[in-house]
Design a protein around this ligand. Structure first.
Ligand code: CP
Length: 304
C-alpha cells in the first residue's frame, strides 16, 4: 500500500515525476478529466483548512472522481470518542483514498497502519505537511527553474510551522542549497529538524533574529504565520505574533528575482501592498498545490 506520510517517503526521482505530471496536467487538463472516474477521495479534517481540503477536493473533481468527508472533528464520531484507527478502518471501506489532517503529530502514520486504502498526511500538528511541500516544490520549479544552488530564508514561526519542517527536509537533498533561519529565539527550528536535515548533511546555514540583515542574500523568502493554535498561553502568542512584517519598504532591499512564498493563511506577516509585486508568489503557490495533489492522487491510486 502506498501512503504519503512524510515528504521523505518520496525519492527525488518520484518528486520529479510528480512535477512532470503536474505540468502536463496544467498544459493538457482535458487528458486527465476522466482518469479517476468511479474513484472516491475522503477528506477527514480534524483541524480547520481552506486550501488543503478544498484543493484536494477540486483535484479529485478535476480528475473525474467524487469526494466525501468532514471538515470539522465535531461533526464526526470522533466527538463521541471514536479513535483515528477506527475512523480510518471504516472510511477505507467507503473511499479509494483518504487525505487526513489531525492536530496530533503522527496521527496519519497511525491511520496508515489500519487503512485498506492510501493515506495522505494533509498536516499533522506541528510536525509535517508533505503535500504543502509538493506545492512549494512546484512553485520553486516554475518560478526559479531549478532546486540547486538556492539560498532559502525561512522566516517566522520555525518551531511550530510544519510546512517549514517538510520543505527543509525536501530541499536538503539538492546540491548547493543554503538555509537562512530567521525567527525569534522562542520559535527556532526544532533541533531534530536542524540536526537531521542541515547539520548532519553539512548544509551551510545561518540562524538570525533579523530579516533586514539577510533579505538581500536570498533567492527565496518563505514567510510563515505564527501558529496561534499551537501556543500554550495567549500572552506568548501576543508577544511574538508580529515579530516579522514584510512590507514594500523592506522588499526594496531584496533582489529583483527573489521570490516571496507563504503557505497561507496569512495574518499580519506580509503587508497586502506586496501582493501586486511580481516577486510575490503565494497565490500562485495555492494553484500549484491543486495540480500537485492531482498528480499525487494519480500516483497513489496507480492510475496510468
Ligand atoms: N497551507 C495550508 O495548509 O492552508 P490551509 O490550512 O488553509 O489548508
Amino acid at each position: 500500500m502506498n501512503h504519503l506520510i512524510d515528504i521523505m517517503d518520496l525519492s527525488v526521482e518520484e518528486i520529479d515525476e510528480l512535477i512532470a505530471t503536474a505540468r502536463d496536467i496544467i498544459a493538457n487538463p482535458e487528458k486527465y478529466q476522466e482518469k479517476c472516474r468511479y474513484k472516491k477521495l475522503a477528506t477527514l479534517f480534524f483541524e480547520p483548512s481552506t486550501r488543503t481540503r478544498l484543493s484536494f477536493e477540486a483535484a479529485m473533481m478535476e480528475l473525474g472522481g467524487k469526494v466525501l468527508g468532514f471538515s470539522d472533528a465535531g461533526s464526526s464520531s470522533s466527538s463521541k470518542g471514536e479513535s483515528v484507527s477506527d475512523t480510518v478502518a471504516v472510511v477505507s471501506g467507503y473511499a479509494d483514498i483518504i487525505a487526513m489532517r489531525h492536530p496530533k503529530e503522527g496521527a496519519p502514520m497511525v491511520a496508515s497502519m489500519k487503512s485498506g486504502v492510501p493515506i495522505i498526511n494533509a498536516g499533522d500538528g506541528g510536525h509535517n505537511h508533505p503535500t504543502q511541500t509538493l506545492a512549494d516544490l512546484l512553485t520553486i520549479k516554475m518560478e526559479k527553474g531549478h532546486f540547486d544552488n538556492l539560498t532559502i530564508g525561512f522566516c517566522g514561526d520555525l518551531k511550530f510551522g510544519r510546512t517549514v519542517h517538510s520543505l527543509v527536509a525536501a530541499m536538503s537533498r539538492y546540491p548547493g542549497v543554503k538555509f537562512v533561519l530567521i525567527s525569534p529565539d522562542e520559535l527556532k527550528l526544532p533541533s531534530y529538524v536542524k540536526n537531521t536535515y542541515i547539520k548532519d548533511k553539512n548544509i551551510p546555514y545561518v540562524q538570525t533574529n533579523s530579516l533586514d540583515d539577510v533579505i538581500g542574500e536570498l533567492d527565496i523568502l518563505y514567510m510563515t504565520r505564527v501558529q496561534k493554535e499551537r501556543f500554550f498561553n495567549e500572552e506568548d502568542y501576543l508577544r511574538l505574533k508580529d515579530s516579522y512584517i514584510l512590507t514594500a519598504d523592506k522588499m526594496k532591499n531584496a533582489s529583483d528575482d527573489m521570490i516571496v512564498m507563504h503557505p497561507l493563511p496569512r495574518v499580519n506577516e506580509i503587508s497586502t501592498d506586496i501582493d501586486s509585486d511580481k516577486r510575490a508568489c503565494y497565490f500562485r503557490q495555492t494553484k500549484y498545490g491543486k495540480y500537485m495533489r492531482m498528480a499525487l492522487i494519480l500516483k497513489l491510486l496507480e492510475v496510468d
